[in-house]
Ligand binder design. Structure first.
Ligand SMILES: Nc1ncnc2c1ncn2[C@@H]1O[C@H](COP(=O)(O)OP(=O)(O)O)[C@@H](O)[C@H]1O
Ligand SMILES: N[C@@H](CCC(=O)OP(=O)(O)O)C(=O)O
Length: 382
């Protein structure tokens, strides 16, 4: 028997991504089971009742699809069988979450392309944020049915870390069938020690991680540590815990973790602002009047009315500079992700937000740059 973990405080959080591994949704007979999902759903409900948001990243589609086809048919077959099983099981998995939650759940299927392409990344982000504003619980999974091998994200641990950054979460919770990170694979080494806290995922820490614990799991502890590394870079802490341990799951709602906490060096906001400030830009520029420059420096979103000109070419979702133009010349006051392409902003410049739809024939929302997607330079220098 390996040693257990001590209880520690979770860092304070307001928005979390909770990733649930396949083994937690599958009973011994291989059928979809709510046994462990019930406690996790209760945690989601308690978190929402205290004003916090939770996005689920749930595995289990392939496992749920498996029992729906004859046994001899599921033995052979590689990727294409998994894709078919995912299609069969996905609705059941989402149905399970809906049966356990009183609020509407929303299915979100993402592929590698959606996250690599800036424009689609922004669309996914906007939709997820809108779902949270509507007080729904998004249930995200990889779009296995269309993902080809070389373009697969592959495991939901890494997907959950990307989603955490996408929705500006401040905590990534990974529920699995093991109490947390051990110094060695706990099923193979009874002397494995529990590691309660990880300040940084160094090569030494990565070397502790082994592969999946069951035929259902993908990636094992290695992909969880990869996910924690990604999250930490975005300023998000990661907590690993055992979703089969009802007491450990119940204590999460009281801010207590029995498991491993992987710390993040900087806050989520600081990491995002740093990225917006230093990431390579598109070369595009929005020239704004004094009123818009002041608003942006005061932390507001950039609206079309204050834009007086557009330089360069860029696509929706690209990083652009905001240039204040006045008698004293021009100066860069902010950088941010532009909701509209250069040609579209040219048509919207100086116009009221309510005219957007009439001018373009569509609308991605009222703002040209959302305040959360923007770093203002006075603010960043403060
Ligand atoms: N150093 C380690 N500490 C803890 N678990 C480990 C370690 N190395 C490998 N594992 C295995 O990782 C498994 C969890 O990953 P995985 O099977 O992919 O689950 P999930 O379906 O929850 O993603 C555990 O059951 C455990 O057997
Ligand atoms: N997208 C797949 C799960 C992939 C995956 O990472 O599984 P797991 O290691 O159980 O979290 C599915 O829904 O079956």
């Amino acid at each position: 028997m390996v040693a257990t973990f001590d209880i520690q405080n979770l860092p304070p959080w307001r928005r979390a991504v909770l990733k649930i591994g396949s083994s937690l949704l599958t009973g011994v007979d291989g059928e979809l089971s709510d046994r462990h999902a019930r406690g996790l759903a209760a945690f989601v409900a308690a978190s929402r009742a205290s004003g916090r948001d939770v996005v689920l990243v749930s595995s289990g589609a392939v496992a749920a699809g498996r029992t729906r086809v004859p046994q001899d048919a599921r033995r052979a077959g590689g990727l294409v069988l998994r894709q078919a099983l995912a299609a069969l099981g996905q609705t059941r998995m989402v149905g399970l979450w809906q049966s356990l939650l009183d609020v509407p759940v929303a299915q979100v299927l993402l592929s590698h392309d959606d996250l690599r392409n800036r424009r689609r990344y922004l669309n996914a982000r906007n939709t997820l944020l809108e779902l949270l504003r509507l007080r729904c619980v998004p249930v995200v999974n990889e779009n296995d049915t269309v993902a080809v091998e070389e373009l697969k994200l592959g495991d939901n641990d890494n997907l959950a870390a990307i989603v955490a950054a996408l929705v500006d979460a401040d905590l990534l919770l990974i529920a699995s069938d093991v109490d947390g990170l051990y110094s060695a694979h706990p099923r193979l080494d009874p002397a494995a020690r529990p590691i309660g806290r990880v300040a940084a995922v160094t090569p030494e820490v990565l070397a502790m991680a082994g592969g999946a614990g069951s035929a259902l799991g993908t990636g094992g502890m290695r992909t969880k540590l990869e996910a924690a590394t990604k999250a930490a870079k975005a300023g998000i802490a990661t907590a690993l815990f055992n979703g089969t341990d009802a007491a450990a799951v119940a204590s999460l709602a009281d801010g207590q973790l029995r498991g491993t906490l992987v710390e993040a060096p900087a806050s989520r906001l600081a990491a995002r602002k740093y990225w917006l400030r230093h990431a390579p830009g598109s070369g595009g520029c929005l020239r704004v009047d004094a009123g818009a420059a002041r608003a942006v420096l005061d932390g507001a979103s950039l609206l079309p009315g204050g834009i007086v000109g557009v330089d360069g070419e860029f696509a929706r979702g690209d990083l652009v500079e905001v240039l204040a133009v006045g008698e004293a010349g021009a100066r860069v006051v902010a950088r941010g992700l532009c909701q509209y392409a250069a040609g579209e902003v040219r048509r919207l410049a100086g116009r009221h937000t309510r005219e957007i739809e009439a001018i373009l024939g569509f609308s991605y929302g009222d703002t040209v740059i959302r305040r959360d997607d923007l770093v203002a330079f006075e603010e960043a220098n403060a």
